[in-house]
Design a protein around this ligand. Structure first.
Ligand SMILES: *[C@@H]1O[C@H](CO)[C@@H](O)[C@H](O)[C@H]1NC(C)=O
Ligand SMILES: *[C@@H]1O[C@H](CO)[C@@H](O)[C@H](O)[C@H]1NC(C)=O
Ligand SMILES: *[C@@H]1O[C@H](CO)[C@@H](O)[C@H](O)[C@H]1NC(C)=O
Ligand SMILES: *[C@@H]1O[C@H](CO)[C@@H](O)[C@H](O)[C@H]1NC(C)=O
Ligand SMILES: *[C@@H]1O[C@H](CO)[C@@H](O)[C@H](O)[C@H]1NC(C)=O
Ligand SMILES: *[C@@H]1O[C@H](CO)[C@@H](O)[C@H](O)[C@H]1NC(C)=O
Length: 455
């Protein structure tokens, strides 16, 4: 633990200084500066950042090395949550941990153009609470048996200790926060006995009115909406985004399908096992006989067991650039970060159930165009009825594959979290953060209208 201490203090002090400098002053400045030019742009879009004591955010980060039941989390805090660069000369690629979305989002919020100091004029109130960070002590740590307490101290602060009128104005219906894990991790029923997995944040009536942005939502979500997992790519300007997309478009794709992940070794039938068996059988025959489309390989696998791929994008991005289709079977939960890595690599995602993406990311992956950029093969047909994944994929005509790939390329800017403080040219293109803000503002607006809380 000791050797990492200097790093921690550097990350924390940089982050602290930055937040202290920017938080109150810059937004005020923004508002004055832009009050004339952006009046229209900001209409119905004003956001107030709720000031929270550091125990709800920065203190959690400064404890990054003390989650002894997990890896040292400190390296992932670098660059405002983007993590460390993959190598020193990289401009866009980082070793990003998806659970840092809370930090990444907070940093981007500070440069949102329509911030207001006055909560009474705000259309939405952002809570910079690092909820997933705070959940670790309940999920894995010493407070495992009091996980129904997750968030209670925040609620107390908002409604009792500090300006309760901000909450009371709309009973919390205009409040939102990021929770950078799947909603399942926060959805344990309060009366669960015995205690199973998760905290009860989303089950507490206290927060029923708050919009939670999670990496995956439940099947029938009320409070939460799913937003893309952050990938490792965070370009600082338009030229770097465009040159990546060019590279993806030109990439030679010599394998039909790729699976990057672990699992599939269990004896009970499941989709990962079916994929592994099909892959193992098909790769010999294709090499011997060739195949109708002249792929060098029908199937490629990248073994990501034991988390080896997690902070090492090179391991899977190169193979994804060389594949036409990327298989996205559900794992512990239905969604996977790999779906967004695949889109970023122009690799057409193949889903095995709607919960993996279609019913999740409607703000970023338009539901009504879903068939245009992805393939869905029901997992029951594969596991129990013997449908062969590679037969389905090989039957898709080449022209259609090309059209799908173009659609996937169009999605890239929508699922990327660009780097903070990026160039004006890149800011003109809506990224994953911008679309999340749009979706959140719309969701809150329609909720308030339903409740007759606004005109
Ligand atoms: C940080 O860790 C210290 C020591 O383990 C603990 O006392 C403190 O409550 C932690 N702070 C937060 C915000 O979790
Ligand atoms: C990157 O730069 C730092 C300091 O400039 C240096 O200590 C480190 O060894 C470099 N890493 C690589 C992989 O070159
Ligand atoms: C939680 O409670 C269970 C059952 O009482 C106990 O076995 C376990 O050690 C407790 N865990 C912690 C972290 O206290
Ligand atoms: C949530 O909203 C409902 C209806 O507007 C309100 O009655 C309730 O008190 C709110 N809950 C909290 C915890 O503020
Ligand atoms: C594929 O090749 C491996 C060895 O490379 C062999 O063990 C296996 O039996 C082969 N499978 C088929 C279906 O030919
Ligand atoms: C088939 O795939 C396995 C791993 O999936 C690999 O080790 C083997 O070399 C492949 N065989 C051929 C002939 O490509």
């Amino acid at each position: 633990m000791a050797p990492s201490k200097p790093h921690i203090s550097i990350y924390i002090s940089i982050i602290t200084i930055f937040l202290l400098l920017l938080n109150p002053t810059k937004s005020e400045e923004n508002k004055n500066l832009k009050s004339t030019t952006t009046e229209n742009e900001c209409e119905q879009r004003w956001i107030h950042i709720r000031k929270l004591p550091p125990k709800f955010n920065l203190d959690l980060l400064s404890n990054c090395s003390e989650y002894t039941f997990l890896d040292d989390l400190c390296p992932y805090l670098a660059n405002h949550g983007l993590g460390q660069k993959t190598h020193n000369r990289s401009h866009s690629w980082y070793r990003t941990d998806p659970s840092m979305l809370e930090l990444i989002f907070h940093r981007r919020m500070l440069e949102y153009p329509c911030l207001t100091e006055d909560p009474k004029t705000a259309n939405a109130v952002y809570l910079p609470y690092y909820a997933a960070f705070d959940s670790l002590r309940y999920l894995y740590g010493p407070e495992y048996n009091s996980s129904e307490q997750h968030g209670v101290h925040l609620f107390h602060f908002l409604t009792k200790e500090n300006h309760p009128e901000i909450w009371n104005r709309h009973s919390g219906h205009d409040h939102f926060l990021v929770m950078a894990r799947p909603a399942w991790d926060f959805a344990q029923p309060l009366d669960n006995d015995p205690h199973l997995w998760g905290t009860s944040f989303l089950e507490l009536p206290h927060f029923f009115n708050v919009t939670a942005l999670t990496l995956e939502s439940r099947a029938w979500p009320w409070q939460e909406h799913a937003v893309p997992y952050p990938t490792s790519f965070h370009p600082p300007n338009l030229a770097l985004l465009d040159s990546w997309i060019q590279r993806v478009r030109r990439s030679k794709r010599s394998s039909l399908a790729l699976f990057a992940g672990g699992g599939g070794f269990s004896a009970t039938p499941n989709i990962r096992r079916s994929i592994r068996m099909e892959c193992d059988n098909d790769n010999n025959s294709s090499n011997v006989n060739g195949n109708s489309f002249g792929y060098e390989k029908l199937c490629e696998t990248v073994d990501c067991s034991n988390g080896v791929c997690e902070h090492d994008p090179i391991r899977f991005m190169k193979p994804m650039l060389g594949a036409n289709f990327c298989l996205q079977p559900p794992g512990d939960t239905p969604t996977r970060k790999s779906t967004f890595d695949a889109i970023l690599a122009g690799c057409i995602p193949v889903f095995f159930e709607d919960l993996s993406a279609k019913s999740q990311y409607s703000w970023h992956l338009p539901e009504n165009e879903f068939e245009g950029f992805s393939v869905t093969i029901p997992k029951e047909d594969v596991v129990f009825k013997g449908l062969k994944i590679f037969d389905v994929l090989q039957r898709i005509p080449r022209a259609r594959v090309r059209r799908m790939r173009e659609k996937v390329l169009e999605l890239i800017p929508r699922v990327v979290y660009r780097k903070h403080n990026s160039s004006p040219g890149l800011r003109n293109k809506k990224d994953a953060f911008d679309l999340t803000i749009d979706g959140t503002l719309n969701k809150i607006r329609s909720r308030l209208q339903e409740l007759d809380l606004v005109l």
